[in-house]
Design a protein around this ligand. Structure first.
Ligand code: GTP
Ligand code: MG
Length: 337
């Protein structure tokens, strides 16, 4: 399935049905009084989270969401039927932005969360409401109100608690495969991963967290080099960053490159809690490992976990540290001091 994380969509709610002008005409009551009913409400356009979805692809094929109009009122005091709302399903993490004002209309994260993005028009009132002592046979009814309509931009920001970032080929996708059931492609060349991938890490029976694999960054990504930096948007909800560094390359320098690109996208990312997964340690001679680890600790000022994503060694302490960090942040969020 194609991963699409941006879309532009027209939302158009239904118009309310018009109120009716009608009079009761019965055999023995030729002028039985005004009996025009109200029009029905127009359908609204509602966006709702569907946990099973992971892309905005549907909206590429169907960029116009038009709800039905309400039915007009009828004689004999009959109301027009309300139109059904149009429910558009979106993946968790979808942000709905009004194109004209740039305002965020909804940020839909939790399963089942929903928001009315275009409100259906109210139905008009039939002439049966306009009777008064001086106006016995009103020929007045009001028209249904138009439905709201607007262009909106949809942006998907993955709901990932932790995110893997690093240069191409560092082993991010290999690590996601080792820790989760996700199956991103792995290959010995840069830019294997072209779109973010999401998986769930199970720490224990009761504890798990979501982990995103973000496509590789290179020097100048903020200038459009490589795949650029737009995928960094998917880090906006992550609470912990994992710098994946290749121990056989120049991990200290690579860290700086990645940091500069993060800063260019959003400086607040630099303040995000982070740890280092120093990868490909299976290729490092045992005698050299301590010096490399120490050098990376010095360069990054972060906790460094030597691992081999490929051989699946050193993963347990890494997962435990991530889980502990997330637990800690959760406690802080619950009782901020
Ligand atoms: N020896 C060894 N090779 C590894 C390890 N982790 C990953 N590799 C290899 O490194 C290459 C790149 O791995 P990927 O997981 O595709 O790297 P990536 O960071 O996802 O790369 P991009 O998607 O291009 O950004 C592949 O050939 C992997 O098999 C490791 O721990 N040890
Ligand atoms: Mg990859």
């Amino acid at each position: 399935m194609r991963f699409i994380d941006e879309a532009r969509v027209l939302v158009h709610a239904g118009k309310g049905g018009d109120g009716a002008i009608a009079f009761l005409r019965e055999k023995y009551r030729p002028f039985g009084g005004p009996a025009g009913g109200d029009g029905g409400r127009g359908g609204s356009v509602i966006f709702q989270v569907d946990e099973g979805m992971s892309t905005l692809l549907d909206f590429k094929y169907n960029p116009r969401l038009v709800a039905r109009d309400g039915e007009p009122g009828r004689g004999k005091q009959q109301y027009g039927r309300n139109a059904d709302d149009l429910i558009a399903r979106v993946p968790p993490g979808t942000v709905v932005i009004d194109e004209e004002s740039g305002k965020v209309l909804a940020d839909l994260v939790l399963p089942g969360a929903s928001a009315v993005i275009a409100q259906g028009g109210e139905g008009g009132r039939g002439n049966m409401h306009f009777v008064s002592s001086t106006r016995r046979a009103p020929r007045i009814a009001t028209p249904g109100k138009p439905g709201e309509h607007r262009w909106v931009r949809l942006e998907l920001r993955l709901v990932a608690e932790a995110g893997l970032i690093g240069l191409p080929n560092a082993g991010k996708s290999t690590l996601l495969r080792a820790l989760t059931a996700a199956r991103p492609k792995v290959a010995p060349y840069p830019f294997t991963t072209l779109t973010p991938n999401l998986g769930r890490v199970f720490v224990s029976d009761e504890e798990s967290f979501s982990l995103a694999d973000i496509p590789g960054l290179i020097e100048g990504a903020h200038l459009g080099h490589g795949l650029g930096i737009r995928f960094l948007r998917h880090l906006s909800r992550t609470r912990v960053l994992v710098y994946v560094l290749d121990a056989t390359a120049t991990p200290g320098d690579d860290f700086e490159v990645v940091r500069r690109e993060l800063e260019a996208f959003d400086p607040s990312l630099l303040g995000r809690p982070a740890i280092v997964a120093l990868n490909k340690m299976d290729l490092v001679a045992p005698g050299e490992a301590p010096a490399i680890i120490e050098a990376v600790e010095k360069a990054t000022h972060l906790r460094v976990f030597p691992i081999s994503a490929d051989k699946r060694t050193g993963l347990e302490p890494l997962v435990e540290a991530l889980a502990a960090q997330l637990r800690h942040l959760e406690r802080q969020a619950e009782c901020p001091s």
